[in-house]
Design a protein around this ligand. Structure first.
Ligand SMILES: *Cc1c(COP(=O)(O)O)cnc(C)c1O
Length: 380
C-alpha cells in the first residue's frame, strides 16, 4: 500500500494529465478509446515473445489476437494473399526500422532515398543499420520532389535503391506517390529495388480515402508501417508492420530457448497492445473507421475555411486531417500544444475532436492574429 503522500502525488499527476489531454490538438493521438474491458488482463505478465505466427513455449500471451490485427492491416494494405507477415510493434518507428532492416538484408549495397520532410527517427534508424542514404528535396506541400528523385536515381543507377516513402509527413501529412516512383524506376530500368511506406498516421485510413493514395502492396510497396496509437488510439504507443513473407523468411532464425522464431526486433514483446488494437478493430469495424475519417476530414475542412475567411494563410493537403497555419503566439502554442517546425504550425483534427473544439481553436487563432496586428499598429 502506498502512503498518503505518494497517493496525493498520483492524484495530482492524474489531474494534470486529464487537463492536458482535454485541450491538446497538435499531436496525432486519438483520445476516443475505452479499453476498460481489458483492464483485467493487466494482472498477468503478458508477453508475446517470438514470432506471432509460430508457436512459443510461454503461454501467457495474446498471439491469436495479434495475428488477427496483422491480418486486418494486411488486407487493408492489399498485401499478396499468401505472401505477407507482420507483427504488432512498439510504434511507427519500430515498424520503419523493421522495413529498412528487411530492405538491407535484401539489398546489402542499397542506397536509401527519402525526402527532407521525413520523420526525425528515420535518420537514427539508418544510423543503427549503417545504411547509406540520400536526402531528396521536398515540394512545398511536403511531398517528395519527383524531379529531384529522378535525377538522383539516374546518377546512382549502379546502386539498388531503397525508397523510404512518406505516406503522410509529420508536419503537413503529404503523401508520396508510390506508383509514380515505381513507374519512374521502371523507366530508368532499375529492377532491383525495395519500397517501404511510412504510414504512421495515414495508414489507419488511407485505404478508405477517395481517391485512394498510392502507398500499399498493390501499388508496389514491399513493407508498410502504421502507428496504432495515432488514428485508432491507445494509451500505450504501438503500431503494426506488414511485410512480404518471403523477405522475412530470409532473416528468421529458430531459437530453442523461446521455442519460436526470432523474426521481430524486441525479444519480449507487448501482449496488451495487440489486444487493444484487436478490441478497437472489432468495436469500430470498417464502417466505424470510415465514419471517423469522414468526421475528421469534414472538420479539418471547416477549420481551414474559418481561418482562411479571417485571412489567415491556412491550408491542408488533399484528404488530410492535418491543418497547417503560420505559428501563433507562444502562449497559444502552449495552450493547444501545437507542434511548430520552421515557418509552420499544425493542428491535427483526429476523430475525437468536436466542432466546438475546432471553433474554439479557430477563435483563438483569429484573436491572436488580430492582437498581433493591433500591436503592429501601435509600434509601426
Ligand atoms: C509519428 C510518426 C512516426 C513515428 O511513429 P511512432 O509511433 O511515434 O514511433 C514516423 N513517421 C511519421 C510520418 C510519423 O508521423
Amino acid at each position: 500500500m502506498l502512503g498518503p503522500e505518494d497517493r496525493a502525488r498520483l492524484d495530482a499527476l492524474f489531474e494534470r494529465m486529464r487537463v492536458s489531454n482535454d485541450i491538446s490538438m497538435g499531436y496525432p493521438a486519438a483520445k476516443d478509446f475505452d479499453y476498460r474491458d481489458l483492464y483485467r488482463f493487466l494482472q498477468f505478465p503478458v508477453n508475446n515473445i517470438g514470432d506471432p505466427f509460430a508457436d512459443a513455449t510461454y503461454r501467457v500471451e495474446t498471439r491469436e489476437f495479434e495475428r488477427e490485427v496483422v491480418a486486418f492491416f494486411a488486407e487493408l494494405f492489399r498485401a499478396p494473399r499468401d505472401d505477407w507477415w507482420g507483427y504488432v510493434t512498439n510504434g511507427g518507428t519500430e515498424g520503419n526500422l523493421y522495413g529498412l532492416y528487411l530492405a538491407r538484408e535484401m539489398l546489402p549495397n542499397g542506397m536509401v532515398y527519402y525526402s527532407e520532410q521525413t520523420h526525425y527517427s528515420v535518420a537514427k534508424n539508418l544510423h543503427f543499420l549503417g545504411m547509406r542514404h540520400i536526402t531528396i528535396r521536398s515540394l512545398p506541400s511536403g511531398e517528395i520532389d519527383y524531379e529531384d528523385l529522378r535525377e538522383t536515381l539516374k546518377i546512382h543507377r549502379d546502386v539498388p535503391p531503397i525508397i523510404f516513402a512518406n505516406i503522410g509527413t509529420t508536419m503537413t501529412e503529404a503523401r508520396d506517390d508510390v506508383r509514380r516512383i515505381i513507374h519512374m524506376m521502371d523507366e530508368l530500368a532499375i529492377r532491383q529495388r525495395y519500397v517501404h511506406s511510412d504510414a504512421a498516421l495515414s495508414g489507419g485510413y488511407a485505404g478508405f480515402l477517395h481517391p485512394r493514395p498510392s502507398y500499399d502492396f498493390e501499388d508496389g510497396a514491399d513493407s508498410v508501417a502504421v502507428s496504432g496509437h495515432k488514428f485508432l488510439g491507445a494509451p500505450i504507443p504501438c503500431g503494426v508492420v506488414v511485410a512480404r513473407k518471403r523477405n522475412v523468411s530470409r532473416i528468421a532464425r529458430a531459437i530453442d530457448y523461446i521455442g519460436s522464431l526470432d523474426t521481430t526486433i524486441s525479444g519480449s514483446r507487448n501482449g496488451i497492445t495487440p489486444l487493444m488494437l484487436w478490441y478497437r478493430i472489432q468495436e469500430l469495424g470498417v464502417a466505424g473507421i470510415r465514419k471517423r475519417i469522414e468526421h475528421s476530414l469534414e472538420l479539418a475542412g471547416h477549420l481551414v475555411d474559418r481561418l482562411q475567411r479571417a485571412s489567415i494563410d491556412a491550408w491542408r493537403n488533399p484528404n488530410a486531417i492535418t491543418v497547417v497555419f503560420p505559428p501563433p503566439s507562444p502562449a497559444l502554442r502552449a495552450k493547444w500544444q501545437l507542434a511548430t517546425a520552421g515557418s509552420i504550425s499544425h493542428a491535427i483534427v483526429l476523430p475525437n475532436v468536436t466542432r466546438e473544439q475546432v471553433d474554439a481553436l479557430a477563435d483563438d487563432l483569429i484573436a491572436d492574429v488580430q492582437s498581433k496586428e493591433a500591436t503592429w499598429k501601435i509600434f509601426g
